[in-house]
Design a protein around this ligand. Structure first.
Ligand SMILES: [Zn+2]
Length: 166
């Protein structure tokens, strides 16, 4: 079979189809980007261009809100430390926002107002203050339950709640 010089590379042919691993749609191969953009014979990705774009956009939004949130939380911590005269030596890098609250397992999200699933900086041992190694980002809900309670107090509360009697 003679291949004419005008024949398209295999991965641009409209008649070849592939199923996207994200949206599950059966699409022409030219709806998928090549893995190696510089190599015209490179195999294509398993995710279609539209889904790849949506994923990149989502990642960019996540990075932006986390970045803003970290700066905002750091400023709030510094302010609170000053007001309460407690130690403060953390940087933005010490504020690590996980996707879900490590205590309650709920998805952490940024909202207009403070909500239960808003990220919140916990001073693990409250009296140590905002110092490196003592801060964890958990949900506002978990943080407001913990507040400055000791482990002993929390266990007593748990016991009270399970027994419904003192
Ligand atoms: Zn897709």
């Amino acid at each position: 079979m003679h291949q004419g010089k005008h024949s398209k590379p295999w991965n641009l042919r409209e008649d070849l189809m592939k199923t996207c691993n994200t949206c599950g749609e059966h699409l022409p191969i030219n709806k998928f980007s090549r893995i190696d953009k510089l190599d015209k014979n490179s195999p294509v990705k398993d995710t279609c261009k539209r889904c790849s774009h949506a994923k990149r956009e989502q990642e960019r939004r996540d990075r932006t809100w986390k970045d803003d949130a970290r700066q905002c939380m750091l400023n709030n911590c510094r302010q609170r430390a000053k007001e309460k005269s407690i130690p403060f030596n953390i940087d933005k890098e010490d504020i690590v926002i996980p996707d879900v609250c490590p205590v309650l397992g709920i998805k952490l999200e940024r909202g207009g107002s403070f909500k239960g699933n808003s990220p919140s900086v916990d001073k693990f041992i409250p009296e140590l203050g905002y110092v490196k190694g003592n801060v964890y980002v958990i949900s506002y809900r978990a943080n407001s339950i913990k507040t400055d309670a000791t482990l002993e107090e929390i266990l007593k509360i748990a016991e009270y709640m399970s027994n419904r009697a003192i």
